[in-house]
Design a protein around this ligand. Structure first.
Ligand code: DX5
Ligand code: ZN
Length: 218
């Protein structure tokens, strides 16, 4: 049985009281923080100053997901701001190997994300540079979208490639993860699950996290 982690996304939380919203997910493994610049994706969220403050008040590690252009320039600042892991999009990086190394030198776990239609094969040789791979299971930009089953074969291929390296590289999925879809993602080989609306959209987000983790571990 794989060790499964649930990282709730605060994109679906109440942005007027993020400290309280962090307490509501105290059962989580990390908090997923979506940074959007309205260029890489058609939505705008938060930036460095807010991420820095979240790091100061959070008991949970910060899992920062950068959906921004110019990520080669800005990514390492998020590592220095206290993120435990920093995820950049392969599609937004001109020099992903250098960026992954810069993130590690700045003290964060290095993670690379792929949009649903971006193949993983061109990036397989750089897996040893990464601590995590994030496969988007919706088009990035918004919470509350439906899980794209079309990504399942890529999750399986990524799992095989990761196992082939013998390295402890995590495989995260993000988008449309619910108590129904998490089973398929876990079966395909994902071990870190981002869940926004299916956690914060419930009465008891901490309990929803436990339920999702139990389902994924089945
Ligand atoms: C979408 C974000 C996700 C989002 C997931 O671009 O990267 O982290 O919050 O939300 P749900 O779980 O509602 O699909
Ligand atoms: Zn995300």
């Amino acid at each position: 049985m794989r060790n499964c982690q649930i990282n709730p996304s605060i994109l679906s939380a109440d942005f007027t009281n993020l400290e309280r919203e962090l307490h509501r997910i105290h059962t989580a493994d990390a908090v997923h923080v979506d940074v959007m610049d309205n260029h890489f994706v058609p939505n705008l969220t938060i930036g460095l100053p807010v991420v820095k403050r979240l790091g100061e008040v959070s008991d949970l590690p910060l899992d920062v997901h950068l959906m921004i252009n110019d990520v080669d320039r800005w990514g390492p600042d998020y590592a220095r701001a206290g993120a435990a892991s920093v995820t950049f999009h392969a599609e937004a990086s001109a020099a992903p190997i250098k960026l992954a190394r810069d993130l590690r030198s700045a003290g964060a776990r290095a993670s690379m994300a792929l949009r649903p239609a971006t193949p993983i094969e061109p990036y397989l040789d750089m897996l040893p540079e990464l601590d995590m791979v994030l496969l988007m299971t919706v088009e990035p930009g918004f919470g509350g979208q439906a899980f794209l089953d079309i990504v399942l074969p890529k999750i399986r291929r990524a799992r095989r490639a990761i196992d082939g390296t013998g390295l402890p590289i995590a495989l995260q999925v993000d988008g449309g993860v619910t108590s129904e879809t998490i089973l398929r993602a876990a079966e395909a080989g994902a071990d870190v699950f981002v869940a926004g609306s299916s956690v914060y959209g419930t009465e008891d987000p901490a309990a929803a996290v436990v339920t999702l983790r139990n389902l994924a571990a089945q």
